[in-house]
Design a protein around this ligand. Structure first.
Ligand code: NAD
Ligand code: MG
Length: 390
């Protein structure tokens, strides 16, 4: 039996992971499930999977979780320390599917025990990629990508020498507003931004897909995970979301990863790696699909992409500042404090301020400095939001 834990079990990736686990229930011993706020979902799954412990991050929900788990044998816990403790429980495979920089500390904790970390939480690579990869190396742990693009790249690289890779192309659907009039983009609503044309995901990543902040994070994620130069990484808009990524080699070959937009593929690949097992995802009918389309991303529509280039070139703590400013700007957009295009302006102003004042490039990277910069960037972004607010 493989011992597994799921951090962020109540979210979109967490639920898709649980769907796969439930189909092969006897193969797994579930150690810990964690959630942010959704007690009912967490308790139901923890009981159904007979988890050892269920952790709700919101401490005010502890009583509700304890009551829901009464008599089930599942231990209830809450708060940040309980989350770290859950991540530190020995397991063979841990899914890191908390959204945002909040996923970094438990992911790092999990790696201390030499586990295999299935990494959906791209923010941990963007904010602290070198720390995460070093931690894994130090403890003989393995990080497997779960983002669909990175899983695709990873699969295209099997048996290949990374030195023969010329470029990596990650595709972007273009999000909810790929055809929306540019001059009306700042006025779109949160509800409009929360509908993805192809993928069914959590609200935050869906809005980040519309703004391409998600792709911006993924560019940095590619650099950190595969160790390639930023000028080797490209993005192309591919509205069908069937090709997830392409790897270009020195002989001109492009290896594409093609599949339906269903995260259970990338999750299942990471779950069974290094084996490939049957998965309950649709099979593509290429004749029916007929054609695949591609276009260059418009820099005016997607200013987040240029910000990602800047972050990759600056390096150091720029990723932590970028991600935190983006998270704060997204909070403000969801709260109706700023418009859709204002998010990129807020992030740009924050990076300008912090690069000049806070030495992002030359600072030593430790978990503490990353968390300090994360806090500072949220404050600076808050100031920028006040100046921008409507
Ligand atoms: P989601 O919002 O649906 O779920 C997030 C999970 O994290 C939930 O369990 C939530 O309760 C928990 N959480 C949120 N804030 C927390 C906090 N401060 N402390 C502890 N727990 C907290 O998000 P999602 O769409 O499942 O995405 C999860 C991660 O996977 C993100 O990093 C996202 O970028 C990445 N990802 C998601 C998809 C997708 O299809 N949904 C695809 C690729 C990558
Ligand atoms: Mg992705």
């Amino acid at each position: 039996m493989r011992r597994i834990s799921i951090l962020g079990a109540t979210g979109s990736i967490g639920q898709s992971t649980i769907d796969l686990i439930k189909r092969d229930r006897d193969a797994y011993d579930v150690v810990a499930l964690t959630g942010g706020r959704n007690v009912a979902q967490l308790a139901n799954d923890a009981i159904a999977l007979q988890a050892e412990v269920a952790v709700i991050s919101d401490e005010s929900q502890y009583g509700a979780l304890r009551d829901a788990l009464a008599g089930s044998g599942v231990v209830a816990a809450s708060g940040a320390r309980a989350l770290q403790e859950a991540a530190s429980r020995p397991a063979d495979w841990i899914m890191s599917a908390i959204v945002g920089a909040a996923g970094l500390p438990p992911g790092l904790e999990a790696l201390k025990h030499g586990t295999t970390l299935a990494l959906a939480n791209k923010e941990s690579l963007v904010t602290a990629g070198p720390i995460l990869m070093q931690r894994a190396a130090d403890h003989g742990a393995r990080v497997l990508p779960v983002d669909s693009e990175h899983s695709g790249i990873f699969q295209a690289l099997i048996g290949e020498d990374i030195a023969t890779v010329e470029r990596i192309i990650i595709t972007a659907s273009g999000g909810a507003f790929r055809d929306h009039p540019l001059d009306r983009l700042n006025d779109v609503t949160v509800a409009q931004a929360s509908c993805h044309p192809n993928w069914d995901m959590g609200q935050r990543i869906t809005i980040d897909s519309a703004s391409m902040f998600n792709k911006a994070l993924e560019l940095v994620e590619t650099k950190e995970f595969f160790g390639v130069r930023s000028d080797q990484i490209e993005t192309i808009v591919h509205p069908e979301s069937l090709i997830h990524a392409l790897v270009g080699f020195n002989d001109g070959a492009l290896m594409a990863h093609v599949g339906p937009p269903d995260m259970r593929h990338a999750i299942g690949y990471a779950l069974h790696w290094p084996d490939r097992r049957a998965l309950p995802v649709d099979r593509l009918d290429l004749a029916q699909i007929g054609q695949l389309n591609f276009r260059a991303p418009d820099p005016a529509r997607y200013p987040a992409l240029a910000l990602a280039r800047r972050v990759m070139e600056e390096g150091g703590l720029a990723g932590a500042a970028f991600n935190a400013a983006k998270e704060r700007a997204l909070d403000a957009f969801i709260a109706g404090e700023i418009g859709f295009m204002d998010m990129a302006r807020v992030v740009c102003v924050t990076l300008d301020k912090m690069s000049a004042r806070d030495g992002l490039q030359n600072a030593t990277m430790t978990l503490d400095t990353v968390l300090d910069i994360d806090r500072l960037a949220r404050i600076r972004a808050g100031e920028a939001i006040k100046m921008t607010g409507h």
